[in-house]
Design a protein around this ligand. Structure first.
Ligand code: NAP
Length: 298
């Protein structure tokens, strides 16, 4: 594909679904000078976009017919299935970009459906809030048809901070699920620690600021932990497990002395004890990966 393919892409785009996110996407394209066609099940939601220059259609199929690139942003996968069934006769030759939240399996099923109907499919996920669409504050992982991504890359990059994860249409959803799960695990740990901090009479805002100041150390730590898991070669990161396990006893005792729940800390301690019992007390925290249950090798 020639390097300047993106410049050849059309400046016509269709957006199906004008909820909070779909409207932000359509408005972003309008503001950047794209000829923007929109459709929404409840037609009145298109009015302000039409005032701003969009073309609204009565049916989703008409909207699909209007542009080579169709961005789908609906509530959930059930809504996507319903709308895809309605637009089936119009999708041949189109690039469908579905940014509706959903699983990797749903993305792969959509990709098969699109291919069977002569369309190309890109799956995207959205990490960020509608007011920030069009800025680097919103992350859009994409996966699916590489040629379609490259042909429309410039248009897709108008949405925010865009990354392409590969031809397997499910990979954007995998990235989204992993990032969101990790954020929740981190944030519930943070809230738990605030219980502890407040119980000790320390200001939670001041503590938060100090912890935020230590975050720049995390990329290097995470990078070395990721390498250790990949190579299954575990150095003593954060110290040896023998030493860390002793510290865990103090952390658990501290929580319990203040009446703060210690379930997750006990879980970590149990994992450390198992790893040590297996003869790996000289290894570090990343080696706990080996005793976490579940998962399979891809
Ligand atoms: P929303 O404001 O609730 O809008 C939902 C949209 O889906 C509306 O356009 C609605 O149409 C349409 N819809 C629902 N069921 C439908 C059906 N059966 N047939 C046709 N259209 C249907 O939701 P949103 O905030 O725009 O979110 C859209 C997607 O973006 C979701 O997958 C969400 O998880 C994702 N997302 C949202 C945010 C956010 O902060 N808002 C952030 C990241 C990701 P009507 O107007 O007719 O009801």
């Amino acid at each position: 594909m020639p390097k300047d393919t993106a410049d050849l892409a059309s400046r016509d785009v269709t957006v199906l679904g004008l909820g909070a996110m779909g409207s932000a996407i359509a408005r972003n394209y309008l503001e950047r000078g794209y000829r923007t066609t929109v459709w929404n099940r409840t037609a009145s939601r298109a009015e302000s976009l039409v005032e701003a220059g969009a073309t609204a259609t009565a049916t989703a199929a008409e909207a699909v017919a209007a542009s080579p690139l169709v961005v789908i942003c609906l509530l959930d996968s059930a809504a996507v299935d319903e709308v895809l069934a309605a637009v089936e006769p119009a999708v041949k030759g189109k690039v469908l970009v579905n940014v509706t939240s959903g699983s990797a399996g749903q993305a792969r099923a959509n990709e098969r459906w699109a291919r069977a109907h002569g369309a190309e499919y890109l799956d995207g996920k959205i990490m960020g809030d509608p007011p920030y669409v069009g800025t680097e504050r919103v992350l859009f992982p994409f996966s699916g048809a590489r040629g379609a991504f490259e042909a429309h890359e410039r248009t897709l990059r108008e949405l925010g901070s865009v990354a392409y994860h590969g031809e397997d249409a499910g990979l954007a959803a995998v990235e989204f699920m992993a990032q969101v799960a990790l954020a929740y695990e981190l944030l519930i740990g943070y809230l738990h620690v605030l219980k502890l901090v407040r119980a000790e009479g320390v200001d939670v805002v001041g503590f938060t600021e100090r912890f935020a100041g230590s975050l720049p150390a995390f990329p290097a730590l995470l990078g070395s932990m990721g390498q250790a898991v990949k190579s299954r070669s575990y150095g003593p990161d954060l110290g040896s497990l023998d030493v860390q396990a002793a510290l865990m006893d103090d952390l658990i005792a501290h929580r319990e002395s203040l009446g703060v729940e210690s379930v997750r800390m006990r879980e970590v301690k149990a994992l450390m004890d198992r790893r040590i019992a297996d003869g790996h007390g000289d290894q570090g925290f990343s080696s706990l990966f080996e005793v976490l249950g579940g998962g399979r090798e891809a």
